[in-house]
Design a protein around this ligand. Sequence first.
Ligand SMILES: Nc1ncnc2c1ncn2[C@@H]1O[C@H](COP(=O)(O)OP(=O)(O)OP(=O)(O)O)[C@@H](O)[C@H]1O
Ligand SMILES: [Mg+2]
Length: 247
Amino acid sequence: MSAPLLQTRDLQLAFGAVVVADHIDFTLEEGERLAVIGQNGAGKTTFINICTGLIRPQAGQVFFEGREVTQLSPRQIALRGMVRSFQLPQLFVEHTVRDCIRIAAAGKKGGLGIWTSLADAVPASAVDHVLDMVGLSARADELSGALPEGQRKLLDIAMALVMRPRLLILDEPTSGVSSDEKHALMGTIMAALDEQKITAIFVEHDVDIVSQYSTRVAAWIAGRVAADGTPEQVLADPEIRKNVIGE
Ligand SMILES: Nc1ncnc2c1ncn2[C@@H]1O[C@H](COP(=O)(O)OP(=O)(O)OP(=O)(O)O)[C@@H](O)[C@H]1O
Ligand SMILES: [Mg+2]
């Protein structure tokens, strides 16, 4: 049997007296669409930060495709195929949409040589394809900083997709987007993930979005995984309804 795509063993981290990772043993298999839910401050972003090398746990280990990555840098981890987006999109706001994608892709290739222009660094077809997948072709030559929030989110995701990840971790892809736009945004993201056969974890507060787009839900309470199962199981769990969904 092959190793899980992502696995953590007994992750522990506290900021002072606040425990943000409380012995987290977690496994993700290829092909899953995992929604991570939990109230503000439960430790969802911290978990992503630990898995992607942005912060180190005080104890425990992270494995990607069976190989330990706990001590690797975010860049080394991204090059292995675990790529994340941020709660607030991290764009190059003074560059065009197209150049943002080129910069992200060039990063994967190890940066630009002194004789290579940005336009030559990445095949135009690869950039066009990613723009097309997220529906941003018509805005390719506009400054990324001028995009409305929903499209900034899509560009951030396009910058992750051009790195051809095996696992994409999306930290609140629909936050800051109006409820009407959320479904269209998730539909676009999911279609791109399906096309590229990318496994995904997404943090989400909206229960409708969680139940519609996930195959599995993990609920965080105070740094621990309090429930983990199908969307039907977890969203019906009384503890989760009371302490996470807030009913
Ligand atoms: N670098 C840090 N130093 C100290 N405390 C931190 C640090 N990063 C996060 N925290 C604290 O750790 C806890 C968990 O934060 P985290 O960002 O992981 O929560 P979250 O579940 O992603 O919440 P949200 O839904 O608001 O994004 C919070 O109490 C937060 O204030
Ligand atoms: Mg967060």
